[in-house]
Ligand binder design. Structure first.
Ligand code: NAP
Length: 266
């Protein structure tokens, strides 16, 4: 039996086990997906131990994504993003990847959102914002990063090719000509709030909210009410998992079965 898993702290509410195990069932792969919760200073020991025990692959989540970068042979995209969310143990040494960026792009493309030459606004400059901003730039979109702490948006914009950075002021101005808006903040998770004023939204926008609890955030409700295309955070979660599974198994992921397993638990 192959073992895959998730390393994070906490990981109790993770939706990755049912999502990945639905894929193993569908593909008739004899495998299990297990959650691991090492102490904050035990990531290195956890990765070495997993490697020694023959674990095939690990996802990595908060608070370990940045630290994992220095503990494995990270690929070019993960290195640029500064975070690893997927470790593959199949080679001579563990390799590190970041499937959050591609997950967000696949979520948008799955909803027929064209990214090449699109004008995209990413609200948030934390882990998710970084991954999505690099992903969009790689897809040849022009990216504006808007963050509550404006200095973080400016710093990130210096790293992302062609990007501009700003605070959360004048979102209406910057969104007027935008094609894509991504919420990569925590806003909308705990309370019915939105980081983007409803007046700034319009029907030509495609709006991806990285928040997936709840699925229908206030931002997505506001966006739908002006006729914008809406993409909820479960799509991004789904496709980062799909990408990891395809990397580990070299098989085409059963996207529908994984999506069903995920959404039935949200
Ligand atoms: P993070 O690194 O802690 O970053 C949090 C971001 O949210 C920062 O930009 C922060 O701005 C901003 N923020 C927090 N509270 C705010 C507020 N009240 N008003 C305005 N901005 C605020 O977190 P993360 O890992 O990037 O995660 C961000 C969100 O993405 C979470 O909701 C997470 O669940 C979601 N996510 C989803 C997926 C998926 O697959 N769907 C994957 C990863 C993350 P400051 O810099 O000013 O503090």
């Amino acid at each position: 039996m192959d073992v895959f898993g998730l390393v994070g702290n906490p990981v109790g509410h993770s939706l990755s086990p049912p999502m990945h195990e639905a894929a193993y069932d569908e593909l008739a792969i004899d495998a299990r997906y297990v959650t691991f919760e090492p102490a904050p200073d035990e990531l290195e020991a956890a990765i070495r131990g997993a490697d020694a025990l023959g674990v095939c692959g690990l996802n990595v989540t908060i608070p370990f994504k940045q630290e994992a970068l220095d503990l494995v042979a990270a690929d070019e995209l993960a290195t640029r993003i500064g975070a690893v969310n997927t470790i593959d143990f199949s080679g001579d040494e563990p390799t590190g990847h970041n499937t959050d960026a591609v997950g967000a792009l696949r979520a948008l493309r799955d909803h027929d959102v064209a990214l090449e030459d699109a004008s995209a606004v990413v609200v948030g400059a934390g882990g998710a914002g970084r991954a999505i901003a690099f992903g969009l730039a790689d897809a040849d979109a022009s990216v504006t990063i808007a963050n509550r702490t404006a200095s973080k948006a400016h710093t990130l914009a210096e790293e992302v090719p062609g990007a501009a950075g700003q605070g959360l002021e004048d979102l209406e101005g910057v969104l007027a000509d935008a094609d894509v808006l991504v919420n990569a903040t925590n806003v909308g998770m705990e309370e019915d709030a939105t980081p983007v004023p409803a007046e700034a939204l319009h029907g030509e926008l495609a709006v991806l909210d990285a928040v997936y609890r709840p699925l229908e955030t206030r931002l997505l409700r506001d966006a739908a009410s002006v006729g914008a295309t809406t993409v909820d955070g479960a799509w991004m979660l789904l496709y980062q998992g799909v990408e990891a599974l395809e990397l580990w198994t070299d098989r085409e992921a059963p996207v529908e079965a994984m999506n069903e397993a995920l959404r039935s638990r949200l």
